[in-house]
Design a protein around this ligand. Structure first.
Ligand SMILES: *Cc1c(COP(=O)(O)O)cnc(C)c1O
Length: 408
């Protein structure tokens, strides 16, 4: 019996990618081994975060880095750092921001559910630009003069959601914010620390960058990285770490914190609810090391082979499909399946639901269901899971007459 069955839950075949709903990305064996080894010993968490900062700095070139419990947590902590800095009164009062600047300016078209993490620290979002392209009511996207026009005495920072196609370009927004001394926090959750990405992100001069550890990096699902300016990352650390110590004895990690900057030790800050465990920190660092060592270089070939196998089965049953090329240097190819409702006798939604409810349960990527398409993301596939996935897809996409009359 597997570990999940022991608790009365069935594991799922994940053909959806590193989605949080299904537990994120698979952790490589070396990461799991590091997790277990780290869990068996005690360590000073602040020192461990200091070591993490050193390694993140080495890999990314950022001044400092902190392991957080996810990218969303990194956004909350980064916001708290920008709002409060080293001001003990502000640290104590967050998320209450009465009496100090608390506005974060962002493009309306970049609003998304994760910006709740920024609001959670106490920031108020000020939207600029419109979303005219989606409304079909204009041709322009957000423009940097609109950020500049929104800056005022209550502005604390800028929130920018990074994507290679985001507009205006990050560099333009950073330049415009820095002209007014305003820091920029970047949500780069899905980005990986590849040289191209790091150049685009940190090379822009962005003050803080938040990355997810449980997506493409394949660290524990509940990890992330906040990196950038040392004073801000240090403030984030001070608002997250448990500082229940005597000030005289307190010996903070020099990679992150200068004791001389702090007249006293803040009590538990807003980030105390976002604590990261020693084993998560070590596992994330191990995942980062594997990633930069090129450990995943063989993944595209593995993924392609498995998608070819699924495509072969789809051709057999006359189901239209196509390969989608990887989005960037680190992502995998995807397989898009057209669900022809009149041939299959089911809509894409119905096929997706039946796959979820069947045994073993299969979850395909659901982002194109409204266009009548299923997407297969091979990140989590093994040869064994691919064989089961093929079998389940065949059953749902080429249902025999008998099966149909049973089920409907
Ligand atoms: C996934 C995601 C997050 C949250 O990342 P976690 O590591 O799961 O906390 C934040 N922002 C964006 C744009 C994301 O895609």
């Amino acid at each position: 019996m597997g570990i999940y069955e022991e608790w009365g839950v069935e594991p799922v075949i994940n053909a959806s990618g590193a989605v949080t709903r299904l537990g994120g990305a698979p952790m490589p064996p070396a990461v799991l081994k590091a997790f277990v080894a780290a869990a068996g010993e005690s360590v000073c968490l602040d020192r461990l975060q200091g070591a993490a900062s050193r390694y993140i700095r080495q890999v990314t070139g950022a001044e400092a880095g902190l392991v957080t419990c996810g990218c969303a947590a990194a956004l909350t902590l980064g916001t708290a750092a920008i709002l409060a800095g080293q001001n003990l009164r502000r640290i104590e009062s967050l998320p209450n921001t009465a009496g100090f600047p608390d506005e974060f300016v962002m493009a309306r078209e970049q609003r998304n559910g994760y910006d709740h993490a920024v609001r959670a620290a106490g920031a108020r979002l000020v939207e600029v630009g419109f979303h005219e392209l989606v409304a079909g009511a204009g041709v322009r996207r957000a423009e940097s003069w609109e950020y500049a026009a929104a800056f005022g005495p209550a502005t604390a920072g800028v929130l920018y959601v990074y994507d290679a196609k985001a507009s205006p370009p990050l560099q333009e927004v950073v330049d415009c914010a820095h002209a007014r001394g305003i820091p920029v926090l970047v949500d780069a959750a899905a980005e990986l620390p590849t040289p191209t990405n790091l150049q685009a992100l940190l090379g822009s001069g962005a003050d803080l960058v938040a990355i997810s550890g449980g997506k493409g990096l394949r660290g524990p699902q509940s990890t992330g990285i906040l990196c950038g300016r040392r004073d801000l990352v240090g403030s984030a650390a001070m608002q997250m770490l448990d500082l229940d110590d005597h000030f005289e004895l307190w010996d903070p990690p020099p990679e992150l914190i200068d004791k001389a900057d702090w007249p006293g030790l803040p009590r538990h800050g807003i980030g105390r609810a976002l604590k990261v465990s020693k084993e998560e920190i070590v596992a994330l660092l191990t995942a980062l090391r594997l990633f930069v060592s090129g450990e995943h270089a063989g993944e595209p070939a593995r993924a392609e082979r498995q998608l070819e196998q699924i495509a072969g089965m789809l051709s057999d049953i006359g189901c239209e499909h196509r390969f989608l090329a990887p989005q960037n240097e680190q992502s995998l190819p995807l397989l898009e399946i057209e669900v022809a409702e009149n041939a299959v006798g089911r809509t894409a939604f119905e096929v997706c639901q039946r796959l979820r409810r069947g045994r073993p349960a299969v979850q395909v990527n659901h982002s194109r269901l409204r266009e009548g398409r299923l997407l297969i993301n091979p990140l989590h596939l093994t040869d064994e899971r691919t064989a089961i996935l093929c079998q389940r897809l065949r059953e749902e996409l080429a249902p025999s007459a008998e099966q149909q009359s049973h089920s409907l």
